[in-house]
Design a protein around this ligand. Structure first.
Ligand code: EPZ
Length: 420
C-alpha cells in the first residue's frame, strides 16, 4: 500500500495546471449509457474512481477505451444489472441508475456501502425515480427500479441537507427519455450538474434551468453520440490555492474556472490571502498576516463541503480562533484527530470544529480516512516542520490526478513510498 513522505516547511512556488473534474466526469460517463452511439469525453482525469466507473460501464456491456485523457464509450447493448461489488465500492456509481431507467426502464444496482463521512441515504434518488412512475424493490442488497412507462412529473428533491447533486443528475438523465415534461424543484446548482446538462443537451436532450433550483426536462425519443470536454476540477484548484497560503508560497493555478469558486476565493480573501485573477489564471499568495475566519459548508454556490478539511488546515496555521461548521455531511471531521497528531488544536462541538490556530505544526505519521481528509493531511504535512507520512493514500488517488508529481513541480519535498 502506498504512502506519501513529506518533508515540510517549503513554501510552494510555481505553476500548476488543473485536471478535469472527478465529480463532473463520473455522471457524464454514466450518461453515455443513454445512447447506442459513440461518446468521446475529453479532459478525463486519470483517477481510480474513473477506473472504477470504466469497469462498471464494461460490466453493463459498454465498450470503453482510454487514450491519455480521452475516453471513448459505446453502449450499443446494455443490461440493467451491473457488477455488485464494483458498484457497492464506489458511491458515485449510483448515477448509473438514472440512465439505465431512462434507456431500459429498469435498473438493478447494489445499494451503496457505508461511508465514513456520513450515512448518505439514497431516499431522494428513489423518490426521483418514483416521481417518473417507477416502482422500487429492495432485496438481496440490490435496489430494483422498474417502470412499464416512464412519465414526466414534478419532483421536489430538497432533503435534510438541501439539494442532492447526484440525485439531481439521476433524475435529469432518466427524464431525458421519459414521456412528457419533468420539473425538478430544489435541484442542485453545482457546476458539475450544469456540465452534465450541457453534455446531455449536445446529445439531443431538452433541458432548461440547469444551474438554478428549477430544472425542466422535456423527454425525447432517443439521444445520440457526443464529443464533450469536462470542466476543470474546482476542488483540486481550491486545494492548491490553500496549499499556497498555508505554506506561505505563491502559486499560479492554470486551467481553472474561477467563476466556479466564488465562495472559496471570498473566504480566502477574508482570511487575508491575496488572490489575483487574470481570465482563467489565478495567482494565490499570502498577502501578509492571516486572519481567523469562520466557515459554514453549504450547497453550491455556498462554501463546498469538499474544501472544508483543507480550509481547516489553513485556519490551524492562522493565529486566532475560527469556527468551521459542517452542514452537509454529519461526520466529516475524521481529519481532526489526525491534524492533532501534527500539533493542531481543534475541538469539536456538534456540527462545528473550533480551531485555535497559530501553533507550529510538526511532522508525524498520520492516517487518511477519506478523499478530502487525505488532501488536508498532505497540506498540513507541507506546512509542518519535519517529516510527515500520510498512509492509505489510495483515498487521495480516487480524486487527485498525480498530486505528488504536481506538488513536486511546485518545489515540495514529497515522495510516494510503497509500504509492504
Ligand atoms: C456529490 O455527492 C459529490 N460526489 C460529493 O463529493 C460532494 O461532497 C457532494 O455531492 C456534496 O457536494 C460526486 O459528485 C461523485 P449529495 P452526492 O447527494 O451527490 C443527503 C468528494 O469528495 N442525501 O448532494 O452523493 C446526503 O446524505 C465527494 O469528491 C440524502 O439525505 O451528495 C448529504 O447529507 C464526497 N438523501 C446531502 O444530502 C439522498 O438520497 C448532500 O448529498 C441523497 C443525499
Amino acid at each position: 500500500m502506498d504512502s506519501l513522505l513529506i518533508k515540510g516547511g517549503v513554501p510552494l512556488h510555481g505553476e500548476v495546471t488543473i485536471s478535469g473534474a472527478k465529480n463532473a466526469v463520473l455522471p457524464i460517463m454514466a450518461a453515455t449509457l443513454l445512447t447506442k452511439e459513440k461518446c468521446v469525453i475529453r479532459q478525463v482525469p486519470n483517477l481510480s474512481d474513473v477506473q472504477f466507473m470504466t469497469e462498471i460501464l464494461q460490466s453493463l456491456g459498454a465498450s470503453v477505451r482510454f487514450d491519455g485523457n480521452v475516453v471513448t464509450v459505446q453502449a450499443n447493448k446494455v443490461k440493467p444489472v451491473g457488477d455488485y461489488d464494483l458498484i457497492r465500492k464506489m458511491r458515485g456509481s449510483i448515477c448509473i441508475m438514472g440512465p439505465l431507467v431512462g434507456r431500459l426502464r429498469h435498473a438493478r444496482v447494489s445499494l451503496p456501502g457505508g461511508c465514513i463521512i456520513g450515512t448518505r441515504p439514497i431516499d431522494l434518488h428513489l423518490k426521483a425515480m418514483k416521481g417518473l412512475g417507477a416502482s422500487i424493490g429492495i432485496e438481496g442488497g440490490y435496489v430494483d427500479v422498474k417502470a412499464r412507462r416512464l412519465v414526466g412529473g414534478d419532483v421536489f428533491l430538497g432533503g435534510r441537507a438541501g439539494p442532492t447533486v447526484l440525485g439531481t443528475a439521476n433524475l435529469m438523465m432518466a427524464a431525458t427519455l421519459a414521456d412528457g415534461v419533468t420539473t425538478i424543484e430544489s435541484a442542485a446548482c453545482e457546476p458539475e450538474v450544469v456540465d452534465l446538462a450541457y453534455c446531455l443537451s449536445k446529445m439531443g436532450a431538452k433541458i432548461v434551468g440547469a444551474g438554478s433550483p428549477t430544472i425542466v426536462v422535456t423527454g425525447v425519443k432517443e439521444l445520440h453520440g457526443v464529443e464533450h470536454e469536462v470542466i476543470p476540477d474546482r476542488i483540486e484548484a481550491a486545494t492548491f490555492a490553500i496549499g499556497a497560503a498555508a505554506t506561505n508560497g505563491e502559486v499560479t493555478i492554470k486551467g481553472a474556472r474561477p467563476d466556479h469558486m466564488h465562495a472559496v476565493l471570498d473566504k480566502l480573501s477574508d482570511a487575508g490571502v491575496k488572490v489575483e485573477r487574470k481570465g482563467l489564471v489565478l495567482t494565490v499568495k499570502r498577502g501578509g498576516r492571516l486572519k481567523p475566519t469562520d466557515v459554514t459548508t453549504l450547497p453550491y454556490a455556498g462554501f463546498p463541503t469538499d474544501v472544508q478539511a483543507q480550509m481547516m488546515v489553513l485556519m490551524a496555521v492562522t493565529p486566532g480562533l475560527s469556527v468551521i461548521t459542517e452542514r452537509i455531511f454529519e461526520s466529516r471531521f475524521m481529519h481532526v484527530a489526525e491534524l492533532a497528531r501534527l500539533g493542531a488544536e481543534i475541538s469539536i462541538e456538534g456540527p462545528s470544529a473550533i480551531v485555535k490556530g497559530g501553533r507550529k505544526l510538526s511532522g508525524a505519521p498520520v492516517m487518511a480516512s477519506d478523499l478530502r481528509a487525505s488532501a488536508a493531511l498532505v497540506l498540513a504535512g507541507l506546512a509542518a516542520q519535519g517529516t510527515t507520512q500520510v498512509n492509505r493514500i489510495y483515498h487521495l488517488d480516487r480524486g487527485y490526478e498525480h498530486i505528488d508529481a504536481k506538488l513536486r513541480g511546485l518545489g515540495a519535498r514529497i515522495q510516494r513510498v510503497n509500504q509492504q
